[in-house]
Design a protein around this ligand. Structure first.
Ligand code: TYD
Length: 205
């Protein structure tokens, strides 16, 4: 049975995930594979409803643990309903964020720590993980400025700079693991995309 590969794209706000998600999807297709593009929090009817709560600026006083559990509630549904069945069909799955965002935002940003996230990851996902994690790295201030031009700030984007510095540091910390690629997104788009193209094409070998 052919099995698809699971690629996730990660990074702080304004790092250019949307543009590069399209590139990755196009590259996978050009490699002759079916591709499914999805996102977290979200990706299912349940997950998209949970996302609304998570991003709602009027949702005051959500505790870091409640936030983490909602991320994993959405993820549990996403993996069983969408990601695993697609991979089993041989479709490649590209997700805008996955568990590494929980390590970065809830573990780092909210300071719950990586052990707490790791325990939940183990409970909810067992050993299931992406084949490739691409982390786009960018100066926090530059990213927030870019993000503020695209849309009105949501509950996360309203956080202070120190929060995003912790998020960024957590992403960088995770990038040394096997199957991870850290890409400097502070360069011209053509350079960023040239790197991503090489990274994705290696998966076809
Ligand atoms: P994103 O899709 O990047 O939002 P936008 O489309 O507005 O750019 O992600 C939504 C937010 O959710 C983002 O601020 C990061 C946050 N997030 C977490 O805090 N933990 C997680 O596990 C995930 C998946 C996302």
């Amino acid at each position: 049975m052919t099995k698809g590969k699971f690629i996730t794209l990660e990074g702080v706000e304004g790092v250019g995930k949307s543009t590069n998600l399209e590139l990755i999807s196009a590259l996978v297709k050009s490699g002759g594979h079916d591709v499914l593009v999805t996102r977290e929090p979200g990706g299912t009817t349940l997950g998209e409803r949970v996302r609304e709560i998570l991003l709602d600026k009027d949702e005051h006083g959500m505790t870091p643990m409640a936030e983490l559990l909602l991320m994993f509630a959405a993820r549990a549904q996403h993996v069983e309903e969408v990601i695993r069945p697609a991979l089993a069909r041989g479709t490649w799955v590209v997700s805008d964020r996955f568990t590494d965002s929980s390590y970065a935002y809830q573990g780092g940003g909210r300071q719950l720590g990586s052990n707490t996230v790791a325990e939940l990851e183990h409970q909810v996902l067992g050993g299931f993980k992406p084949d490739l994690v691409v982390i786009l790295d960018l100066d926090v201030q530059a990213g927030l400025e870019r993000a503020s031009k695209v849309s009105e700030a949501d509950r996360f984007e309203s956080e202070e700079r120190a929060f995003f510095e912790r998020v960024r540091a957590a992403f960088i910390g995770r990038s040394t693991k096997a199957g991870y690629q850290l890409v400097d997104a502070g360069r011209p788009l053509a350079d960023v995309q040239a790197d991503i193209t090489i990274i994705i094409k290696k998966l076809f070998e």
